[in-house]
Design a protein around this ligand. Structure first.
Ligand code: NAD
Length: 280
């Protein structure tokens, strides 16, 4: 059997200071991968890098970089090349939603015309621009900058982070849903474009995990009980629970590793069965 071949590879993890991607970076480090933790928030990136070095003894650097700014990514690449070597893996983890691109109302009532602010009609273009930029361009630009090293060695692997809402949109978050659908489409496009270069491109679509991004929507702050939306999610997840950040790691390691050498252009749901279930 082909070995995983992860040891001493160099991985860039954008959004690596955040909840899910710091866990993924730690999983990589636990397999001997050298990690560059990129985040807008330098302190968060440096803390994760420090924890990794202490816990796993592998080199890790925390770098402040903006996934929407090519120059900032190129500066980060120069630091990574100097401190860690040439890049083998990229995890495009920076992403998220914005309140101004979120409706208050899930499904409009026939007599909602007095309350348009809470519906589709109250959404702000600025919110759409921000969410599309962060999720889509924030995946495209780092791929453009960091895949250059992979091209030079004709070997490399990119993982994009999609979401359940990329298959069927979730209520309230049209911009986030459409931008993650764009991630699935772009994953396929880039996989085909790179197919003969030795660079593979795949995505993970996490199901529902309780994180800072969605906790306020899923748990009632005052009572600690599930909100109606939280109840609906659990009801529609056949395993009847939220996922844990660690549960994304196995799929990421497998897709990055040589075990997946003939796999490119797939989006793997890690969702407790949510995407397979019609609700009936
Ligand atoms: P998070 O908010 O904890 O982490 C995101 C990190 O990205 C933050 O540290 C933030 O500082 C950083 N960031 C934001 N803008 C940036 C920019 N312009 N440049 C560089 N860094 C920037 O989020 P998370 O819950 O860990 O989500 C990580 C990824 O997983 C996102 O793409 C998210 O859409 C996706 N996702 C999350 C869930 C979930 O349940 N939390 C589900 C599906 C998909």
């Amino acid at each position: 059997m082909v070995p995983l071949n992860l040891k001493d590879k160099v991985a860039v993890i954008t959004g690596g200071g955040g909840v899910l991607c710091s866990t993924m970076a730690k999983a990589l480090a636990s397999h001997g991968v050298k990690t560059a933790i990129l985040d807008l928030n330098l302190e968060a990136a440096e803390n994760v890098a420090k924890e990794i070095t202490e816990q796993y003894g592998t080199i890790s650097v925390g770098i402040s970089s903006n996934v929407l700014d090519k120059k900032s990514l190129e500066e980060a690449k120069a630091v990574i090349n100097e401190k860690l070597g040439s890049i083998d893996y990229l995890v495009n983890g920076a992403g998220g939603n914005a309140a101004s691109a979120t409706t208050q109302t899930e499904i409009m009532a026939s007599d909602d015309s007095d309350n348009l602010e809470d519906t589709f009609f109250g959404l702000e273009m600025d919110g759409f621009d921000k969410v599309f930029a962060l999720n889509f361009q924030g995946t495209l630009l780092p791929s453009m900058v960091f895949a250059k090293d992979m091209l030079n060695k004709k070997d490399g692997s990119i993982i994009n982070i999609s979401s359940m809402n990329s298959y069927t949109p979730l209520t309230k978050i049209p911009a986030y849903s459409a931008s993650k659908a764009a991630i699935n489409n772009f994953t396929q496009w880039l996989a085909v474009h790179f197919a003969k270069t030795g660079i593979r491109v795949n995505a993970i679509a996490p199901g529902f995990l309780l994180t800072n991004q969605n906790r306020f929507l899923l748990i009632d702050e005052k009572t600690g009980e599930a909100t109606p939306r939280g109840e609906k999610i659990i009801r529609n997840t056949p395993m009847e629970r939220y996922g844990e950040p660690e549960e994304l790691a196995g799929t990421m390691l497998y897709l990055l590793s040589d075990w997946a050498n003939f796999i490119t252009g797939v989006v793997v749901p890690v969702d407790g069965g949510f995407s397979a279930y019609s609700g009936v």
